[in-house]
Design a protein. Sequence first.
Lengths: 77, 227
Amino acid sequence: MPTVRVYVTLKPSLLDSAGRTVTDSLQKLGFDEVKDARIGKVIEMVVEPYDEARVREMGERLLANPVIENFRIEVAG
Amino acid sequence: MKVAVVRFPGANCDQDALWSLRDDLGLGAEYVWHEDTSLAGFDAVILPGGFSYGDYLRCGAIAARAPIMTEVARFAQEGRYVIGVCNGFQVLCEAGLLPGALLLNKDQKFLCQDVYLRAENRTSPWTEAVDHILRIPIAHGEGRYVCDDLTLARLTSEDRIAFRYVDSEGRQTEESNPNGSVDSIAGVLNDAGNVLGMMPHPERATRKLLGSDDGRQILAALCRVRA
């Protein structure tokens, strides 16, 4: 059965305060190459039958808040 | 006059809301379950604070899709009074009844402290009785109000910013903004002014014994509703 992943990310224009903490922490561990880290979430679903339009609707109606977040869909097969 | 106190699983300010309305403001108040589909017999609605559905997905996201919210939206549309406090504010934003959203505080910390509020709008039912700088507690981890520039310009030009975080003298400074909210916004109104969302807790400040009774100046709106 198809596994569908919906990746939800905070819009780039918004301060991700948790992501900033991760950035600081990685830099303190010596990972100086990390210039920025942002935290999103992945919602992994088993969807049968898979219909991209319906998963898009799930993203728009519940999984992401269009005021603050973007999302993209990935089908893992 | 009877106020509906909506209970979502995970709410924890519902009792504070009910008893402050009953004991301190002398109003009728009853709980309404989130799965209920009617607000018949009620004259106003309060969405109390807490952690509805454990804040899963996003604060207020699941509660905003609860059956009772269809009725709350209709109530708001009719011009009746709706107030969302803390998690209730998050629910109103998630439900699209108020613009914007609430994000993790600027410094990531859960903040539990008194703040000072300046009423910006002075004509809505929720703010018209406010006659001084209010001292009211906040208790939230995700109270940083955000909205896009266009929305902020609209809120400002339409006089829909209900409250801003200020210092005890009423000055808006960076230090007086506890969570990093855009433009120090602590509460906003819908376009008609009958729906208020705010992060500070007026129901926790309705008698001197609790440290402040400034919350009464906001909740007084409910006392003026004709049943």
